[in-house]
Design a protein around this ligand. Structure first.
Ligand code: SAH
Ligand code: SF4
Length: 357
């Protein structure tokens, strides 16, 4: 029965619901299928993106996030240009291939210009050889365009949940946190020509299996190039913490994430899928498990060590006490555990994007 579904060329919503509920042998069959598709379409390589957490200053108030504007307990920081450029240099010299610059969301002319400056400098340092992904939240189309023209070519903006009602339960009800604007921003990124990545949080309070199935269909229909999705992990200093009694145990959120990644890999065979850090917060070898069954991207943190404690989107974030060198040393070993191989000095662009263009 499961085999029949797994061999279909397209999943219906009912198929997805069935597959998200598998247990025992059927669960093993699902993971074997996704692992073999990954092997067939993408091979054994895992690509690295050195993650630079530029700043935890954020103008938004998402109810789930530890660095939301109204959390007064956060030590706010903003890396200086030298720190960012040194991190980029570290990535380049250690053959990471690509970097991701992520930050709290700020929309301002100063911020736009600063990113432009950094993009130019990073390209100078690396002789245009570092792939650059941005994850700087919602911005207007002109800003996205300027950054694209300055050399950023991938952008990550999670839809967080494709379920409009749930989205509104997770965010304040105002213009700054509008579902339609989020969707519009994603559309702009695609129109400009970015390799566009999105994703969702898994195991949110009041999130149903039905809504997770819709998330997968959303990603398929939007025709994304990359995906980063991971478990929701509660943070005590956020409004959503009040709903913690409604949560699945963390192990179940982890398990659901495994199934979501496996299903997405089967549904979108040639996209890039990241093994996200939140997985590692739940299970020490969580990212390795996800690589085995379908993910092909790893984002080692290369933010200067002293700031890592302050970029706490959720509790129990791993590796906040390490520096970039420690992080690099543990990557090889970790990827080997997953039976994969690190691709050095390669951009590792989304094959799906290439096939489309
Ligand atoms: N400000 C930007 C980028 C930083 S936040 C943005 O919001 O797009 C990056 C991601 O962290 C978010 O998209 C969200 O999915 C994730 N995140 C935030 N709080 C989280 C939590 N409590 N548990 C798991 N992931 C969380
Ligand atoms: Fe800010 Fe992003 Fe956190 Fe929302 S998820 S509060 S935009 S950093």
């Amino acid at each position: 029965m499961i085999n029949q579904i797994l061999n279909k060329t397209q999943f219906s919503k009912q198929d997805i619901l069935t597959l998200l509920s598998v247990k025992g042998d059927e669960r093993t069959m699902l993971f074997e299928k996704s692992a073999s598709i990954k092997q067939e379409y993408l091979g054994n390589k895992v690509y690295l993106r050195g993650l630079i957490e530029l700043s935890n200053i954020c103008n938004k108030n998402c109810y789930y996030c530890g660095i939301r504007k109204d959390n007064k307990k956060v030590n706010r920081y903003n890396l200086n240009d030298t720190e960012v450029l040194n991190a980029a240099k570290f990535a380049y010299e250690n053959k990471f291939g690509s970097i991701v610059i992520q930050s709290g969301e700020i929309q301002s002319e100063t911020f736009t210009k600063r990113i432009l400056y950094l993009l130019r400098k990073i390209n100078e340092i690396s002789q245009n050889k570092l792939g650059i992904t941005l994850s700087l939240g919602e911005q207007n189309k002109e800003v996205y365009k300027k950054w694209f023209e300055a050399g950023a070519h991938r952008y990550l903006l999670r839809i967080e949940t494709s379920d409009r009602n749930l989205y509104h339960k997770l965010h304040p009800n105002n213009d700054l946190h509008s579902y339609d604007k989020r969707l519009e921003a994603l559309t702009h990124l695609k129109e400009i020509g970015y390799q566009t990545g999105t994703g969702v949080m898994i195991g949110l309070p009041y999130q149903t299996l039905d809504s997770l199935a819709d998330d997968l269909l959303f990603m398929k229909h939007f025709d994304i190039d990359m995906c980063g999705m991971g478990p929701y992990i509660e943070h005590a200093d956020t409004p959503l913490y009040a709903n913690r009694d409604a949560l699945l145990p963390v192990k179940e959120r982890f398990e659901m994430t495994m199934k979501m990644v496996a299903l997405l890999r089967i549904m979108m065979k040639d996209i890039n899928i990241a093994a996200t850090t939140a997985l590692q917060a739940i299970d020490k070898v969580g990212r390795e498990k996800i690589i085995k069954i379908g993910a092909n991207i790893l984002m080692p943190n290369i933010t200067p060590g002293k700031y890592r404690d302050s970029y706490t989107l959720y509790q129990g974030k791993p590796c906040t006490d390490e520096n970039a060198d420690d992080c690099k040393n543990c990557i090889e070993a970790r990827i080997k555990i997953a039976g994969a191989e690190v691709a050095y000095s390669e951009w590792g662009d989304s094959p799906h994007f290439k096939h489309k263009h």
